[in-house]
Structure formats: structure tokens, C-alpha cells
Design a protein around this ligand. Structure first.
Ligand SMILES: C[S@@+](CC[C@H](N)C(=O)[O-])C[C@H]1O[C@@H](n2cnc3c(N)ncnc32)[C@H](O)[C@@H]1O
Length: 270
């Protein structure tokens, strides 16, 4: 990580930001008054929002552990990492595979300021952080941090969790995912979650309207649209399902489908 920390002026704490609203709702401390006010309004519109966000985060943990344990993946590229929230991806996958290497990417300046907590790799593995925008995939793949941490001679798991609802068709959403996957060798994986209003349309629509009013317009997708992100890839069972239905751990508490506005899936690049 070569860039300097950002000053408060650069971080713009006066406006809500998705990473900090997510942090606030997950019970974190890296947020400001504007984030808390926005978060409170969203939870008022949809009281299930914290359940939904925890289900998204838990999908990331299960998908990462599954890929390390069952598929032997030792390299991870995590786009839209968010503020550090234990356990972070490297903590989950290095528990299974201590040599795992992880490149974290986010475009929120505040995430860079807290990134030390993502750079706590175990001695056998490695972690790096890149401040970059998913809409510029080549900047990510060509970054020194990517090049020094990951090798393209071995499969990489591309993790795009809890961010695609901020990436719109007008951004060339599918093209961006393809440009991130293209350089990765066969046998690599895509793990993604995709926001949807399929299960609580009114409430989730209200939350989306609040994000939009805070300058963070969202694109929600139905199941067939969620599936298209995995076109050309080999989906792992059970396919693209609501995040909490993707390979739940034995003993996980049951969650009402109306409380989760996120599809999740994992697929292999042939
Ligand atoms: C809801 S958080 C998800 C955090 C984590 N991936 C998880 O699922 O627990 C979304 C993150 O995506 C980041 N993000 C949004 N748009 C982005 C973009 N265009 N490029 C990179 N990161 C972005 C935000 O800054 C935020 O940290």
C-alpha cells in the first residue's frame, strides 16, 4: 500500500457513504453523524436491514472458506472490501489455508485509512490493499500490489460481495466483471452477491430511495438478471440463491426470506 492516508477533508465526513453506513449498521465504530442518520432512516424503512447485511457478510465468509477448503484456492481478489470488520476475508481463508494471499480493493478513502487492519496476514500468507475503482479493472490488475501479491499461474477467487448494486448497467456492469475475470487463469472462481427487491419490494425500494437521496443510486436485480453475472461460468451447487441459502453452516439460525435482499452465487471459470 503505497498511498498516503487521506485527510478528513478528502474523506468528506459530512455526507453518508456506503462503506460507513454498512459499518454502522453492522455495529462498527468507523462512521460519522451523516452515516448514522442515513443508516437510522434506512433501518426505520426496513427493520430487517441489519439481518440482510449480516447475511451478506456471512455469505462472504462461507464462500471464502468453501473455496479455500473444498477447491484449494489460495489467492483472493476482493473488490469493494469495505471497512475492516472481523473476521475479514484473510482471517477466514487463512484459518483454512495459512498460505492464502489476498488483495483487497476499495475506492472509499476512509477504507484506506483503516486498511492496516486488513494487512494483518499470517506469516505464511500475504495481504495487500489497492485504492481503486471497480470501474477501472485494469488499474487493479496492473497495480504493483496485485502483481506482487498474486500470480496468474494459479487460480484466483474474484470476490465481488455487496457492491454490484452500486454498479449500474450504464457502467457496463457485466463488462467490468468480465474484465476482472479475463486475466485470471482457468480454474479461477467468481463469488458474488447481487442486491434484489424480489422478496420485500416495498421496503427494499424505500431503502434504495434513501441511498439515492444520499447520492448513492442503486441498481437492484431480479433472479434472472443476477444469474447473468455468471454467464459462461460453471455454477457451483446450489446455484444463485438468496445469500442465506447458499451452503449454510450446520446450526445457522433460520432467517426469513423476506429479510434478505441479496442473491449469492459461486462459479468456476472453465
Ligand atoms: C456494502 S460494502 C461491502 C463490504 C464487503 N464486501 C462485504 O460484503 O461485507 C460496499 C463497499 O463497496 C465499495 N465500493 C462501492 N463502489 C465501489 C467502486 N466503484 N469501486 C470500488 N469499491 C466500491 C464501498 O466503498 C464499500 O466499501
Amino acid at each position: 500500500m503505497r498511498r498516503n492516508r487521506h485527510t478528513p477533508a478528502e474523506i468528506n465526513t459530512g455526507e453518508a457513504h456506503s462503506a460507513r453506513v454498512y459499518d454502522y449498521i453492522l455495529g462498527g465504530k468507523s462512521n460519522y453523524e451523516a452515516d448514522r442518520a442515513a443508516g437510522d432512516a434506512m433501518v426505520q424503512a426496513w427493520p430487517s436491514l441489519p439481518v440482510h447485511m449480516r447475511a451478506n457478510r456471512a455469505f462472504m465468509h462461507r464462500a471464502g472458506a468453501y473455496l479455500a477448503r473444498e477447491k484449494g484456492v489460495r489467492q483472493f481478489l476482493d473488490i469493494g472490501t469495505g471497512l475492516p470488520t472481523p473476521p475479514n476475508l484473510h482471517e477466514v481463508v487463512q484459518e483454512v489455508e495459512p498460505t492464502a494471499r489476498i488483495v483487497y480493493v476499495d475506492n472509499d478513502p476512509i477504507v484506506l485509512n483503516y486498511a492496516e487492519a486488513l494487512l494483518t496476514s499470517g506469516r505464511q500468507g500475504q495481504t495487500a490493499y489497492v485504492e481503486a475503482d471497480m470501474r477501472e479493472p485494469e488499474e487493479i490488475v496492473n497495480s504493483p500490489e496485485f502483481q506482487e501479491t498474486l500470480t496468474l499461474n494459479e487460480p484466483v477467487a474474484l470476490m465481488i460481495i455487496g457492491i454490484l448494486h452500486f454498479i449500474h448497467t450504464s457502467d457496463d456492469d457485466h463488462g467490468l466483471v468480465r474484465r476482472l475475470l479475463d486475466p485470471l487463469p482457468p480454474g479461477s472462481y467468481l463469488a458474488a452477491t447481487i442486491g434484489t427487491a424480489d422478496f420485500a419490494p416495498k421496503e427494499v425500494g424505500q431503502v434504495a430511495a434513501l441511498y439515492e437521496s444520499e447520492g448513492m443510486p442503486m441498481q437492484l436485480r431480479d433472479h434472472s438478471e443476477a444469474l447473468t453475472f455468471f454467464d459462461g461460468l460453471e455454477l457451483i451447487e446450489p446455484g444463485v440463491v438468496q445469500a442465506h441459502h447458499w451452503r449454510p453452516n450446520p446450526g445457522d439460525q433460520p432467517i426469513d426470506d423476506r429479510d434478505v435482499a441479496m442473491y449469492g452465487g459461486v462459479a468456476r471459470k472453465p
